[in-house]
Design a protein around this ligand. Structure first.
Ligand code: PMP
Length: 451
């Protein structure tokens, strides 16, 4: 039973004591009390199907009893110890997480958030290569530390202050909205209807690679690239998938320059994309550094940077310290998450339920021209809403919000994003069922009739 503050009391405190920059969702923000598996309950006991998982964060389900039990036992024994001492959980977890990664990525550093993981990875990359400049993709999101704001490319998150130096952006290889791309360019059970000029082989990837080469020629001192950074599928940017072979091409070019490839797996890791445990595996490369957060801890502040021993050693040029990173409770949580993903076959569930949902959404697209594009892999899905599928102009914010609020009225939580805010994002706890997927499609149908 809910025993907390009333909605009005929270609203008052929010106004007076909470930084107004903190974004809230919905006209009347949800006041949540409880979660269980794929469900959320508000303070009045109303149930919602959570198809956004706290921005792709709750991986194995809300309030998972196995995690609760393991964490309770750990809290009861030792709640905190910093990295200056040994603790069994950090070592058990580092070993188990390393086993999930390609062999060479055996060295783990635990931190507390995705931004922190990327920031640390940047220091590692610069420290190891003795180079400074980094290229990321337009429309990417890598975090909110000062440096990561520089790497991120989305003006919703840009402040009018001098940006951190050394960050360059290359053309986003977006096969739906970008200059090149079309049918069969991306690795997804569903493809855009956009006509494609490619012949039997997808050429869009090559064209976008030429843009990257341009970036190298114009902005980066010869051989001066420290790293290339990318999400394996862009999350905040609106579930953007790159053309086939693009990342492989980038990888080769980055290596030619002596730079590192860094995969941000904050959203795409831990089985979410279905086919593989990590998103980068779909691109057929092994990164030099992998950053992870969100789903790694099922909602607990836990994140990590995995890299090779050689690159990790680059960080040892000076002392490095993190008070909370790798604490026993965080590592217990992370260990439980890995076990649950295996025991409950959640990666496989992402593949089957995700593919089912993608195909059902695709059917809905043929009925509603306002759906311009359905894309994604596994349970990382985007539905782009447009004024007209031919022009691909973003649906007005007013209509997107109307759709979104209507979904909430019917008990469905989904996210939204994309550079124009017109992409509905679906990234639920990975334990959802086909019935939940069908409910989502039904709610979409009713809400789309409305707009
Ligand atoms: N990378 C990606 C791909 C993300 O989506 C996010 C968060 N949205 C981050 C990094 C930053 O993570 P955090 O909010 O935990 O700092």
């Amino acid at each position: 039973k809910y025993k907390g503050l009333s909605y009005d009391e929270m609203t008052k405190i929010r106004k007076n004591n909470v930084n107004p920059a903190l974004t809230t969702y919905y006209k009347k923000p949800l006041a949540l009390h409880q979660g269980y598996k794929q469900w959320l309950f508000d303070i009045n006991g109303r149930r919602y199907l959570d198809m956004f998982a706290g921005v792709c964060t709750v991986s194995v389900g809300h309030a998972h009893p196995k995690i609760t039990q393991a964490v309770t036992e750990q809290m009861d024994t030792l709640g905190h110890s910093t990295n200056i001492y040994y603790h069994t959980k950090l070592h058990e977890y580092a070993k188990k997480l390393a086993e999930k990664l390609p062999d060479k990525l055996e060295c783990i550093y635990f931190v507390c958030s995705g931004s922190e993981a990327n920031d640390l990875a940047l220091l590692m990359a610069r420290s190891y290569t003795n180079k400074f400049d980094v290229i990321s993709l337009k429309n990417c999101y890598h975090g909110m530390t000062y440096q990561m704001m520089g790497m991120t490319s989305n003006n919703y998150y840009k402040y009018p202050v001098p940006g951190a130096a050394g960050f360059f952006k290359t053309t986003n290889p977006d096969v739906y909205n970008g200059i090149w791309g079309g049918k069969n360019c991306r690795d997804s059970p569903v493809q855009t209807d956009r006509p494609c000029s490619c012949g039997s082989e997808c050429e869009a990837g090559l064209r976008y690679l030429q843009q990257f080469e341009c970036e190298l020629r114009h902005d980066i001192p010869k051989g001066g690239l420290a790293a290339f950074w990318a999400e394996s599928i862009q999350g905040v940017g609106g579930t953007i998938q790159y053309p086939k072979n693009y990342i492989k091409g980038i990888y080769q070019r980055v290596k030619d320059q002596g730079g590192l490839y860094v995969a941000d797996e904050v959203q795409t890791g831990f089985g979410r994309t279905g086919d593989y445990f990590w998103g980068f595996e779909s691109h057929g490369i092994v990164p030099d550094i992998v950053t992870m957060a969100k789903g790694i801890g099922n909602g607990y502040p836990l994140a990590a940077v995995a890299t090779t021993k050689e690159i990790a050693t680059g960080l040892a040029k000076a002392g490095h310290f993190n008070t909370f990173g790798g604490n026993p409770v965080a590592c217990t949580t992370g260990l439980s998450v890995l076990e649950i993903i295996e025991e409950e076959k959640l990666q496989e569930n992402c593949k089957t339920v995700g593919t089912h949902l993608l195909l059902e959404l695709e059917k809905l697209k043929s009925k509603f021209p306002v759906i311009g594009d359905v894309r994604g892999k596994g349970l990382m899905i985007g539905v782009e809403l447009v004024e007209d599928p031919k022009t691909r102009v973003a649906l007005s914010t007013e209509k997107v919000l109307k759709f979104w609020e209507k979904c909430l009225d019917m008990g469905l939580i989904v996210g939204k994003g994309g550079i124009s805010g017109n992409v509905i994002r679906i990234k639920p706890p990975m334990c959802i069922t086909k019935e939940d997927a069908d409910f989502t499609v039904k709610v979409f149908e009713v809400a789309l009739e409305d707009i």
